[in-house]
Design a protein around this ligand. Structure first.
Ligand code: ADP
Length: 375
């Protein structure tokens, strides 16, 4: 959030600089136009003075830039008169009621105004281009910064998850082996300790498997092996196996549309369904019923898994799918987890040309959607 605030401030500052820059350029242009116009009127005076000088002191000037034609022409030979007029191509010498009127040509004034407008436009275009490039640069830097922050968060989450989630079962297994090694135990006790050891190994294996699958899915160069299945039957089998693992603590309400066919990567999709069910069970309250629906919509299939838990706040609905993201503060987590579950779900959906998202569920809870293309 700090980075975003700083970035917005930077954008505001750059935007103000841009506005100030444009205003200053416009002022400068107006000023230069005024000077050019003044210069044109100075040339009027110069022409006037030159004619007076040519005619001698008997000019009979009656206005600042008007002369009585008769008296003035009398003192200037026609050749000199013509060459003087040719010397001022930007001035208009007109004869009005016996007077010579000298003024800048309307076309000349029009052309310097037009030129000034063109310069203004060119400057605005060039400045906009320059500041747009600056903005793009800022956005690039900002995205890099956000990615770096995300990466550092991921690394710290990864360390917390891996140290906690791997260390705990390893330490527990060591304790089990030490107990078996040091004490003479009866068969029943041995069986109980071995079963705890197996649970620990399954937990470690699960984490390592998740890490491997996550990196395989993330690495887009590695191929996934798609196979055509009757998805309805496949999902029923997966749910049946999970029901056996969890036992009676898992209460499912299934709505599975029959006969849906799709091309799937068995391993990643199986793990995704297991992750969504595990989350619904973990965060949705052990007493809650888990809603599962499979339905086809044109060339897409949607698997929905809903729970009756606390739900996910709107601000976290996209973040939960990031790698190693875990809700709540590190070190104070109530539930075990690696922060890889939903990342695997989202990557699996992408690999099947689909997407994953979460919505609120009425009256409470969350509904996770995994959409894949039937292909
Ligand atoms: P893990 O469960 O190992 O922490 P996940 O990637 O599966 O990792 O989930 C990421 C986070 O999303 C969880 O830490 C939790 O805060 C939140 N979350 C996931 N599923 C649910 C759910 N069904 N209800 C509420 N929060 C959930």
């Amino acid at each position: 959030m700090k980075a975003r605030g700083f970035f917005l401030l930077l954008l505001l500052f750059t935007g103000s600089c841009f506005a100030w820059w444009i205003i200053q350029l416009d002022r400068l242009n107006q000023h230069s136009l005024m000077q050019q116009e003044e210069l044109a009127y100075l040339r009027v005076e110069k022409a006037q003075n030159q004619l007076i000088w040519l005619a001698g002191s008997d000019s009979n000037a009656e206005e600042s830039n008007s002369f009585h034609i008769g008296s003035l022409r009398l003192y200037i030979s026609p050749a000199l008169w013509d060459s003087t007029l040719n010397h001022y191509p930007d001035l208009e010498f007109s004869q009005e009621a016996g007077f010579i009127k000298i003024q800048p040509k309307a076309s000349f004034l029009g052309s310097i105004r037009q030129k000034s407008r063109e310069i203004s436009l060119r400057q605005i275009i060039e400045s906009t281009l320059f500041f747009s490039l600056l903005f793009i640069g800022f956005i690039w830097i900002y995205r890099g910064l956000v990615q770096a922050i995300d990466l550092s968060k991921q690394q710290s989450n990864f360390l917390v998850s891996v140290t906690h989630e791997l260390k705990t079962p390893i330490a527990s297994s060591r304790l089990l082996f030490e107990t078996i090694f040091r004490h003479k135990l009866d068969y029943e006790k041995l069986k109980e300790l071995s079963s705890a050891g197996i649970t620990n190994s399954v937990q470690q294996l699960g984490l390592v498997e998740s890490l491997l699958i996550a990196s395989r899915l993330e690495n887009h160069s590695s191929e996934i092996s798609l196979q055509r299945v009757i998805l309805s039957d496949w999902l029923e089998n997966v749910l049946e196996a999970l029901q056996q693992d969890y036992g009676s603590s898992l209460k499912l309400e299934c709505h599975i549309q029959s006969g849906i066919e799709a091309q799937i990567d068995d391993m990643s999709l199986r793990l995704s369904i297991a992750n969504l069910l595990s989350n619904a069970h973990k965060y949705g309250g052990e007493e809650g019923t888990i809603f599962v629906r499979l339905q086809q919509q044109d060339a897409q299939v949607i698997v929905q898994i809903g729970d009756e838990g606390p739900g996910i706040p709107d601000g976290a609905k996209r973040t939960v799918f990031k790698k190693f993201y875990r809700g709540g503060e590190p070190f104070t987590q109530v539930h075990h987890g690696s922060g890889l579950g939903l990342f695997i779900v989202s990557e699996t959906a992408k690999r099947h040309k689909g997407k994953a998202w979460v919505e609120d569920r009425e009256p409470q809870g969350s509904m996770f959607n995994l959409m894949i293309k039937t292909l």
